[in-house]
Ligand binder design. Structure first.
Ligand SMILES: Nc1nc2c(ncn2[C@@H]2O[C@H](COP(=O)(O)OP(=O)(O)OP(=O)(O)O)[C@@H](O)[C@H]2O)c(=O)[nH]1
Ligand SMILES: [Mg+2]
Length: 194
């Protein structure tokens, strides 16, 4: 049998989903955390974004894996627990980094075509070494990159490792889960999944 996806059907489905999410938003308006999750899901549906988190225990090669997918050494990697702030990576025609703070400070932006310079800039904000216990008060970092992998609306999320003595890194990774549409686990061959 020949199955063809009719783009008109997809648009129709998106409209139904959008209407359902608007109705759900009204229903859960009094429940702040759930309302925020529905609002975030609505935004992803409206902007056709699919958020794929890369998760795993500390030092399993999560950031290295994402660099390999993007084909550039953008994310800092290292032998001690490194990623301390989630990095949301999405498509843009030219590279850009945007740092978003937990309080009302304005976003900090940086742009250069040089991947190594981006990596050094990211290190100042996302690494446990340069930003211990997230003393800079960063909510997230957004990295925009012209990788074809990201162009259909896929947003990769590099998360801090879980299970190290740095409990706050585990907490930060777990907080990202509510924004994930799917997750990819990076594990080592030994020990097996924990
Ligand atoms: N042998 C080997 N080493 C790897 C591999 N992937 C990553 N590494 C090394 O493992 C170390 C940790 O890599 P990261 O990418 O920083 O690991 P991570 O999971 O992002 O670490 P955290 O952000 O601290 O949780 C680095 O020194 C990498 O060079 C791999 O497939 N094989
Ligand atoms: Mg990392």
């Amino acid at each position: 049998m020949n199955h063809r996806i009719d783009p008109g059907d997809c648009l129709g489905d998106a409209r139904h989903l959008h209407r359902a999410l608007v109705a759900l938003s009204d229903l859960v308006a009094d429940d702040e955390p759930i309302h925020a999750r529905v609002a975030s899901l609505r935004q992803r549906v409206e902007h056709q974004r699919f958020q794929l988190a890369v998760l795993g225990q500390f030092k399993r090669g999560k950031s290295t894996f994402i660099n390999a997918l993007l084909g550039a050494p953008l994310l800092p990697v290292g032998v001690v627990p490194l990623t301390a702030v989630p990095v949301f990576i999405s498509w843009c025609s030219s590279p850009l980094v945007r740092v978003r703070f937990l309080d009302c400070r304005p976003d900090e932006e940086f742009s250069t075509p040089d991947s190594n310079v981006i990596c050094n800039f990211l290190f100042r904000f996302v690494s446990e070494e340069a930003n211990p216990k997230n003393q800079l008060g960063i909510d997230r970092v957004e990295l925009f990159h012209p990788s074809p992998l990201l162009s259909p609306g896929i947003v990769l999320i590099d998360t801090p490792g879980v299970g190290s003595t740095l409990r706050h890194n585990t907490d930060t990774a777990l907080r990202v889960l509510s924004e994930c549409d799917a997750a990819m686990f990076v594990i080592s061959v030994d020990p097996p999944i924990t």
